[in-house]
Ligand binder design. Structure first.
Ligand code: ZN
Length: 383
């Protein structure tokens, strides 16, 4: 068994409040980390580090846990840059643009979809993302949803069946028939490749009764429930997520006081996706309100070709700080350990003993630079 001592860490964020300075980020200065078999086996001040087979000095840089991006849609073909350009010249965003990507995705080969996925995952890794959740939802036939999830499961175990993304054009006159498909043969074909089930519960997509039926069918098949809700306006989705004990409810841009109270009392994580508000020129969610109420909050990219074509968690951190009322420390926590909680993963998003050694070295003296220097490629390397 070989051991690697990563040393010369000017600022180490452990996300372990028992470590270091006692803050939620558990910061250790002049730190070192000992790694064996890809796991953290020792954390502390470099001066007290144990011996190791090899040592690697990061030259005083900051090291943070790899980002956990708990919401993305990376199995697709085509792009929607023309739609983006139109939106930036005044057209409104609606869920309808998804159909454009559905047509391109159905027309693509498995190889094309896998190559596009690999390119985006590599792009994420370059920006410090070490765990990513990937949804289907651009196939919307039994075969296309199942192959989307099979392809996604080649690169992550965090796969989400989103047959209920929108009602596809061929079911426009029979949305109930589509719900029957999603909860029947499509679920049957997709469940073997999925850990989670998700529904887009929004005007223009699925209403609350349809969403409840779909999530309950998925839960009966052993899938964990997640939900897209309260993105474009107020609605019942957040309350439904809490009622069903969903692991996460994502977007949460429009919330009533009752929604915030329900989230605070639940075990459901509110996942905020500021790339969407940026890319659709929409009002940002109020992260401060959720954090002050004691809700579990995560940050994710929602990387998709329509409403948020960014794969950058550092950009999401910067937006959360600048536009949503988070401190730099809160934003980093939500983008790492918050995301891990939203995937029910306890071995990632932090550097407690036994955690997966997903070390992101920043070419910066502090994690604060992630928000302080937006748009700058600060990720030096992944260890
Ligand atoms: Zn999404």
């Amino acid at each position: 068994m070989t051991s690697l001592l990563v040393t010369g860490i000017g600022e180490l964020v452990t996300n372990d409040s028992e470590a270091g300075d006692g803050s939620r980020l558990g910061i250790v200065h002049d730190a070192a980390v000992l790694v064996e078999q890809k796991r953290i086996v020792w954390v502390g001040q470099a001066a007290h580090a144990p011996a190791a087979d090899t040592a690697y000095d990061v030259g005083g840089r900051a090291v943070v846990p790899g980002f956990v991006d708990s919401h993305s849609h990376l199995v697709f073909a085509g792009d929607r840059s023309a739609e983006f350009a139109a939106r930036m010249t005044g057209a409104a965003y609606s869920a309808g643009g998804i159909a454009t990507t559905v047509a391109a995705t159905r027309a693509a080969s498995d190889e094309q979809l896998a190559a596009n996925l690999a390119r985006h995952v590599a792009e994420m890794r370059r920006q410090g993302t070490t765990t990513v959740e990937i949804k289907s939802g651009y196939g919307l036939t039994v075969a296309d949803e199942a192959r989307s999830l099979a392809i996604a499961s080649q690169v992550t175990r965090e796969t989400t069946y989103l047959g209920a993304h929108v009602v596809p054009p061929e079911y426009a006159q029979d949305p109930g028939g589509y719900v029957d498909l999603v909860t029947g043969p499509m679920l049957e074909a997709c469940a073997p490749h999925a850990k989670w089930i998700d529904v887009f519960c929004e005007t223009g997509a699925f209403d609350v009764d349809q969403a409840r039926e779909i999530l309950q069918a998925g839960k009966a098949k052993g899938l964990g429930a997640r939900l897209h809700a309260n993105q474009l306006g107020h609605g019942p989705g957040v309350q439904l997520a809490c009622e069903l004990n969903a692991v996460a409810v994502d977007h949460c841009t429009y919330l009533t006081d009752a929604d915030v109270a329900a989230l605070a009392e639940s075990g459901t994580t509110a996942t905020l996706l500021p790339g969407v508000e940026f890319s659709t020129r929409s009002p940002y969610p109020d992260a401060r309100r959720l954090l002050d109420a004691g809700c579990n909050v995560a940050l994710a990219s929602d990387c998709n070709p329509g409403s948020s074509y960014t794969s950058s968690m550092p950009l999401c951190i910067a937006l959360a700080v600048r536009e949503m009322g988070m401190s730099p420390a809160e934003a980093l926590y939500c983008a790492t350990r918050g995301g891990a909680e939203a995937l029910r993963r306890d071995e990632i998003g932090h550097f407690q003993l036994g955690a997966r050694a997903d070390l992101v070295v920043l070419d910066a003296p502090s994690y604060v630079h992630l928000a302080y220097r937006p748009g700058v490629p600060l990720v030096q390397e992944l260890i």
